[in-house]
Design a binder for this molecule. Structure first.
Ligand code: CTP
Length: 424
């Protein structure tokens, strides 16, 4: 099958020019260039894909360096692996030297040896990802499909290339489900059986690699469907026995999408995903996934705040009390609790903090207080806090009001500490 005209229609003009440039240059260098993987799959499915992958029978790094130089593109190279990444406005292009891979033991990163395009396709995960399009002048546009990936696209199947695939690399368990749910495909019967048998192999995968797979799932449009399926198959439980991907998550994830910016969604999803775990179970998960400090803080804050939510369940809680309780926590942990809490008054207090209270600032600042005769240091900080609290609680509204309140404290303030608002 020749798909040259489909590629021309499918790729945005800028990308097409770059791809053509690369294949021309490859030809001059005596190399062969191919489009591979996700872009070929998505071309058949009619989905857009701005992350192109190319495989070169030849020196991909040298080729990428020359292209980056003539077209002034961003370039990152990994000469040890024979790979390079070119960056161009809003898309990226990965170029790799064709290789074969062997796995020294299950779960280990593969040993890489250079090979042909067919070797390179054979090392891949699923038939729908193991297709290439030739950019070699003699057969430009020809589909190379040794595992009948295009048939599987038609039949809507996710199918591994050989029975040892999940054993070699158990992260493919997550990948299979991610594609199954994203594309609305089915796992072919033997693939499903091999997947189920290989679940214990997840124990051989490092925390970083499992976390990376979960993060990819959380970047999907509807991650709850893949999490639900992973829960159903017992995959999540193999990572942490307390994890579930149930209907509660589906409901909360769709609420999260309505409320949160897309860049923050993966972290917010993760906070909701661990919401039903105890602090102990969550610590085990943080350890298993080797979660980096910033993300671990958001997860810990989520559960710590959950354990204190009873302090916010009355509508009569003062705004300053809400503020001084919540300001300690990661904003996404507060947001996760606002989505997850079953009490409407708690929810509205949390939402009030997110929408308004956390942005409240006094109109007077340190300098204006100094002009009123307050001395720098502790005294000033404490007065500002009293003003802030009064502003939060609506007791003062204007700069004049703040000034009056500050001056009213002056005679009483004789170096003794003022009480700061606190919620226990
Ligand atoms: N791949 C693989 N096994 C893995 C990871 C990746 O075989 N564990 C191969 C697949 O052929 C895949 C290609 O490497 O198509 C590129 O990987 P990736 O960028 O993760 O996937 P895409 O196919 O680009 O798909 P998407 O980003 O849409 O998920």
């Amino acid at each position: 099958m020749n798909v040259a005209s489909q590629i021309e229609r499918y790729l945005p003009q800028q990308m097409l020019e770059l791809v053509e440039d690369i294949s021309r240059k490859a030809n001059q260098m005596g190399h062969k260039a191919y489009l591979v993987g996700g872009v070929v799959r998505d071309l058949f499915l009619g989905y857009s894909n701005l992350d192109l992958d190319m495989v070169i029978e030849g020196d991909a790094v040298k080729l990428a360096q020359q292209i980056a130089k003539t077209r002034q593109l961003r370039l990152v190279t990994h000469p040890r692996f024979g790979t390079a990444k070119l960056g161009y406005s809003n898309f990226t292009l990965d170029i790799a030297t064709a290789r074969c891979e062997t796995y020294s033991k299950p779960g280990a990163l593969p040993t890489v040896v250079y090979g042909t395009i067919r070797d390179d396709l054979f090392r891949r995960d699923f038939s729908i990802n193991a297709m290439a399009i030739s950019l070699v002048p003699s057969n430009h546009g020809e589909l190379i499909d040794p595992f009948q990936g295009s048939d599987d696209i038609e039949r809507r199947y996710i199918r591994i290339l050989h029975s040892g695939s999940f054993r070699d690399d158990a992260t493919r368990i997550f990948r299979a489900i991610r594609y199954e749910q994203r594309l609305g495909f089915e796992l072919e019967l033997q693939t499903l059986q091999m997947l189920q048998q290989s679940i214990p192999m997840l124990d051989t995968i490092s925390g970083d690699r499992i976390r990376h797979e979960l993060e990819l799932i959380l970047k999907e449009k509807h991650p709850e469907s893949a999490l639900g399926r992973l829960g159903e198959l017992g995959v999540l439980q193999r990572v942490n026995s307390a994890l579930r991907g149930n209907g509660w998550i589906a409901e909360k994830f769709s609420k999260a999408r309505l409320l949160s910016k897309s860049g923050q969604l993966p972290t917010l999803y993760l906070c909701l995903f661990i919401y039903s775990l105890s602090q102990e179970e969550s610590e085990r998960l943080i350890h298993r996934l080797n979660v980096p400090a910033k993300l671990a803080r958001a997860l810990r804050d989520t559960l710590q705040l959950k354990s204190r939510l009873h302090l916010l369940c009355k509508t009569s809680v003062k705004h300053s009390e809400i503020y001084y309780l919540l300001r300690e926590y990661d904003p996404l942990a507060v947001q996760a609790n606002a989505i997850a809490s079953e009490s409407s008054s708690t929810r509205s207090n949390l939402e009030l903090f997110i929408a308004r209270l956390r942005h409240v600032k006094t109109l007077l600042n340190g300098d204006s207080l100094k002009k009123l005769g307050f001395s720098a240091g502790l005294e000033l900080g404490e007065i500002l806090q009293v003003l802030h609290k009064a502003k939060l609680d609506g007791e003062v509204k204007t700069a004049e009001g703040e000034k009056k309140l500050a001056l009213s404290m002056k005679p009483q303030y004789k170096g003794k500490r003022l009480k700061t608002p606190k919620v226990n």
